[in-house]
Design a protein around this ligand. Sequence first.
Ligand code: IDP
Ligand code: MG
Length: 137
Amino acid sequence: MEQTLSIIKPDAVKKNVTGQIISRFEQNDLRIVAMKRIQLSKAEAEGFYYVHKERPFFESLTTFMSEGPIVVMVLEGEDAIAKNRALMGATNPANAESGTIRKDFADDIERNAVHGSDSAESAAFEILYFFSGMEIR
Ligand code: IDP
Ligand code: MG
């Protein structure tokens, strides 16, 4: 069993497709073991995405991620990190395979519906960024 962090980003929350996205996780044997709906401040979005702080899209990305509410989840299951990434599809929805979340719900490379941890190290950091041990059951 492995845990990963998933975020339904402001674009997808605004479109009211939270339930459709969560269904895909459950249909693929990922279990929600923690979940909340919050709105990040700009500084909180910058802290979450600090690994990208030198990238040209950092300013725009963190403005987008703080523009409206998000739904943050810890998903648990076998190979949860890789499985979630596969369900998400490519960063740019134009390159995402059919049937993936980003193909079906993302607008463009920035407003791309979901976030998922990309390694065990990032999952550990990202889960702790949003949840305390008591909130994960
Ligand atoms: P990932 O979310 O597929 O892991 P990353 O490369 O880690 O992709 O980028 C983090 C987020 O930054 C992406 O999900 C997307 O919202 C945004 N992003 C990535 N590349 C670009 C870009 O070239 N232009 C604008 N935004 C981008
Ligand atoms: Mg990433």
